[in-house]
Design a protein around this ligand. Structure first.
Ligand code: FMN
Length: 148
């Protein structure tokens, strides 16, 4: 899989403690009509738990310079506050956070969580989406890259 270039996103959701966020490279489209997207979530992920309970999630497609956001929501920056509080963000129409300055975003209603080994495939119906100019962050060969 290290040979497969993939965009890097942050998946957000909410639980009783507040907003959750998870860095993912397994995001892709699933259907055009209706518009469905999918992301594979670790069964142990707190964000997966929040999505399963609330039925909603957002996806922010990161920009090249947002590598630090990817590290933060991958739990790789243990000395910094993991909360959304420290990450510039805005709230979507569904009240869930979107990373400020991301190159594209999707607001989703959970359609199904399909078990797949140690992950669940979350399929969401897109209720709103948009994009901005920018160089997307790409994961390839276990490192982050830009496209431009
Ligand atoms: C580049 C990158 C891509 C990742 N892709 C995924 C993914 O597609 N699915 C997943 O469940 N975790 C993925 N992870 C790991 C999660 O980001 C990490 O386990 C996170 O800490 C889970 O947070 P949570 O338990 O608060 O939800 C990825 C991590 C990195 C750095």
């Amino acid at each position: 899989m290290a040979a497969v270039a993939a965009g890097v996103v942050v998946v957000s959701a909410r639980d009783a403690e507040g907003f959750r966020g998870l860095t993912a490279s397994s995001f892709t489209s699933a259907s055009l009509e209706p518009p469905l997207v999918l992301v594979c979530l670790d069964r142990l992920s707190r964000t997966r738990e929040a999505i399963a309970a609330s039925g909603a999630f957002n996806v922010s497609v990161l920009e090249r310079r947002q590598e630090f956001v990817a590290e933060r929501f991958a739990g790789r920056a243990p000395l910094v506050d993991p909360a959304w509080r420290a990450v510039p963000h805005e709230l979507g129409a569904n009240g869930l956070p979107l990373v400020a300055g991301c190159v594209a975003w999707f607001e989703c209603r959970l359609q199904v969580l399909h078990p797949a080994g140690d992950h669940d495939v979350a399929i969401g119906e897109v209720t709103d989406a948009g994009r901005r100019d920018g160089d997307p962050l790409v994961l390839w060969d276990r490192a982050f890259w830009g496209v431009a």
